[in-house]
Write a protein that binds this ligand. Sequence first.
Ligand SMILES: Cc1cc2nc3c(=O)[nH]c(=O)nc-3n(C[C@H](O)[C@H](O)[C@H](O)COP(=O)(O)OP(=O)(O)OC[C@H]3O[C@@H](n4cnc5c(N)ncnc54)[C@H](O)[C@@H]3O)c2cc1C
Length: 487
Amino acid sequence: MPHPSSAGGRFIGLSAPLLAVAYVVLTAGPVLLASFTGGQQGPTAFSLLARAAGVAALAMFLMQFVTSGRFETISGRIGLDRTMGFHRLAAGGALGMLGLHIVFFLFRPGESGVAAMARRLFGYLLRADLFTGVVATLLAVFLILAGKYLRGKLLPYPAWRLGHGAAAVALVLLGLHHAFTNARFMADPLGASALLFIALVALASLLVVYVLRPVHAFRNGFTVASARALSPTIAELVLKTDTPERFSFAAGQFAWLTIGRRHTVTDNPFSIASAPSDLPELRFLIRDAGDMSGSITRLASGTRIGVDGPHGSFTLNEAGDGPILLLAGGIGIAPVLSLVRALAAAGDPRPVRLIAGARSAADHVVRTEIEDLMAGHDFRAIFLTDMDDEAGCEKGTCDAGHLARILDGLDPGAVTAFVCGPPVMMETAVGLLVEAGVPAERVVMERFDFDAGDDVICRIVRRRFISVMALVYGATFAVALTAALFR
Ligand SMILES: Cc1cc2nc3c(=O)[nH]c(=O)nc-3n(C[C@H](O)[C@H](O)[C@H](O)COP(=O)(O)OP(=O)(O)OC[C@H]3O[C@@H](n4cnc5c(N)ncnc54)[C@H](O)[C@@H]3O)c2cc1C
């Protein structure tokens, strides 16, 4: 599948292998640099390993700011869901490295029994000069457990997000204090400079996201043109701008929306449902999922909306020359509509097939629009609902039979499939697509939640992420052990 790095002249991000190399260099690099200039001097091999693990862990936590899903250079080609998947996995990797940092310090040649190590651990916990390191470790454990189990549960989502960010900043500040005031490793000028450089990259990424982007998001000049309910649970929001030249996007991408005077700290991601040719209007289909999404229909026309985007790789840029299969579940129809509108506007000759599922026929809010747009095109669609006897819809969820029917007459190996919907639907659909002969690398997905999927493609991607982590661990400890040998 072609993966051009630019769309319409616009840079859309780095490739996965390049990102992997950059991550390994930036996380294991400080350890390597330190070993060149004698900073690895230490009493035992264990203390060298401990310091190497500490520096790598800190570099990994700093890199979490860069992989937070807001940078197109990172997520433009691999997608937001994969970026967030890596962010989650790398958090675990950083915590593991931090654990090794502590465990290695507990070892002493000749006195490494459990009781001696427990005594030493207790001693470390009470040492005033290790206070920031201890608090940073506790924060890291809390952050990762809260991210996994409490996200969007105890606290409203925006409050959780703010707390997560604030705790992450506190964690790296405490970690940097610990490194620069305690670890002998940091007495080394090159290692310390490398870590400082990564800290500056993290700081710059925070400034971009929380200072530059909020300003830029309102520079596009978008205001509400109309906001209306299309069904009891789905609203349509149309924005317009007098300066359309300041905003461009590819069909299928999404933007972070901020309403009125709110800061982008509380923004929400929504797929653009219109096509680029519909500018100066931008259209969104929004399902009532909570505070912000439930208040769309109350927005007065003329309300200023911050639009930070475009983001995402759910675009025709990812498609080959063969047929296009669109699978949408529920509000997943929003980016799919954008693709359909773009294909229709371009008079694209590729066959287009659609399977769209919704709770009821009334929730197929853009069915007529899609059928009108695709009139005269090589197009077939199946509309599914959960209910019986819904006019023109079939009952049930997408299964192998539906796929076989919709792909009839097409070569599955040449199809590019675009899948967007609830997590369960996506997992099932991806499995069915691969079974039907659609190559896994030709399945393009957009997840509306940041939880990890458990489909065949997610499993392949997770294995690649684990290989990147293995490289970071391998490089860190290989360098530390080599330094120990030449001590
Ligand atoms: C790439 C992407 C594209 C999306 N496109 C659409 C779309 O076109 N139409 C649509 O209806 N929904 C879309 N969503 C989902 C939408 O962002 C959430 O439903 C919305 O943010 C809920 O906000 P709320 O304030 O109403 O809900 P809240 O009450 O704040 O939260 C409800 C749930 O929504 C999710 N959520 C809330 N805020 C965010 C956030 N900032 N980032 C990610 N998830 C969040 C969380 O799972 C949370 O538990 C998309 C999500 C993503 C990640």
